[in-house]
Design a protein around this ligand. Structure first.
Ligand code: COA
Length: 356
């Protein structure tokens, strides 16, 4: 946590969790930037800029190649070298509209569990999913306990208490759901809502089954869920996916704090070489040409782009072709965009299932 002082009064601050963020190929030490704020009495005089500079220099010194954050307002962080790296979806569906195209049979069992058992079982589903999904980060037991499974009054916001369900097969947890039931009746008819906090399956079958479970809870008229990946299997499971009224917004913003180390730690879908000419006025140590192995080079560049644009492509959330269409990448050598897209291709869209 860094603070900004006016004499001895704290007037602003910025924090960072120490995460292991999954990128294509494995986990990378990442600063999970959080609780950024400047008092309204001291705004617009450069305090955020100073905090961001000090924080990024510190992250760099700690040897964390990446910084990631959720932006309260998307307009703030681009100037500090953060690029939009993943998208996130919300949906709300009437239960009467929530049929699947093909029936789902869950061969295992489904149980409601208490918080202690959830704490023991859910990470067994979450960990393997997080290990292969770009944009997810590893959770400690403390994180589960205090952030995911805690049911504080302000999080409940007048809704039902947190419920936990686990789907098991041969004694193994395969999927789980964390949700609330917000009861209401109007004119004798149930109008309540199942609010999904997190639903996760380790396999395609258990993912479909956990959503079927959530969509089938009696007395509820609707199901609402947020922080969903934009390639969610529900698009293909539901008979009429439009009924989800899926809304897409920005997800994780990513900052390559050390471009060379970040490139070196990522894996690539095919063999090949590429030279990036990166511009990075805010972190000048990145203002250089980089080969894919992360080394600095004097070779001719193939692509010219900002550190923020490379952040947008890094997890596979946007292709270099997308970035070209937005005027954020210059193709210097012919065919370089297609080569870069083959190298950076990922099977899964990046997904960060929680705001930190
Ligand atoms: C957003 C906030 C941290 C900005 O702090 P600040 O000290 O006023 O910002 P600075 O004076 O250092 O501004 C740095 C730059 O960001 C811009 N900026 C600051 N806040 C902005 C906003 N909300 N939207 C767009 N641009 C913003 C400034 O115009 C300035 O631009 P410049 O580089 O062109 O000069 C502060 O207004 C705040 O605490 N807001 C409420 C909490 C919040 O939104 N925090 C972010 C959580 S993710």
């Amino acid at each position: 946590m860094h603070v900004a002082l006016d004499s001895d009064a704290i007037v602003g601050g910025a924090g960072a969790f120490q995460f292991d963020l999954t990128v294509p190929g494995g986990p990378v030490h990442t600063a999970g930037v959080t609780v950024v704020g400047v008092l309204p009495t001291h705004r617009r005089r450069g305090i955020l800029r100073d905090l961001m500079r000090t924080q990024l220099e510190d992250v760099h010194e700690r040897g964390e190649p990446l910084a990631a954050l959720w932006a309260s307002e998307g307009a703030i962080y681009g100037r500090f070298g953060y690029g939009l790296a993943s998208l996130s979806g919300d949906m709300e569906i009437l239960r009467t509209d929530a049929g699947f195209a093909r029936p789902v049979e869950w061969p295992g069992s489904t149980r409601l569990v208490g918080r202690d058992e959830a704490l023991r079982l859910f990470p067994r589903v979450f960990d393997p999913v997080a290990a292969v999904t770009p944009g997810m980060f590893a959770r400690t037991s403390d994180w589960w306990d205090k952030r995911i499974l805690s049911d504080s009054e302000w999080r409940r916001a007048g809704g039902g208490e947190l419920a936990f369900a686990v789907l098991e097969l041969d004694g193994r947890p395969e999927a789980y759901a964390i949700y609330r039931l917000n009861f209401s009746y109007t004119d004798g008819v149930p109008t309540g809502k199942t609010v999904v906090v997190e639903a996760m399956g380790a396999t395609p079958g258990s993912t479909a089954a956990v959503w079927r479970y959530l969509l089938d809870i009696d007395w509820m008229a609707q199901v609402e869920a947020g922080l969903l990946p934009v390639d969610h299997p529900l698009f293909l499971l539901l008979l009429d996916p439009n009924r989800m009224k899926f809304r897409v917004g920005d997800g994780l913003w990513l900052r390559l704090v050390d471009v060379g180390a970040a490139l070196a730690e990522r894996s690539y879908a095919v063999d090949g070489d590429l030279v990036f000419e990166v511009s990075d006025p805010f972190c000048p140590w990145n203002d250089a040409r980089f080969a894919l192995d992360g080394s600095k080079t004097m070779a001719d560049p193939d692509l010219r782009l900002s550190a923020a644009a490379l952040g947008s492509a890094f997890l596979g959330g946007f292709t270099f072709a997308d970035l070209v269409r937005a005027g954020q990448v210059e193709e210097v050598s012919q065919g370089a965009v297609a080569r870069a897209d083959a190298l950076f291709r990922t099977d899964l869209k990046p997904w960060c299932p929680e705001i930190f």
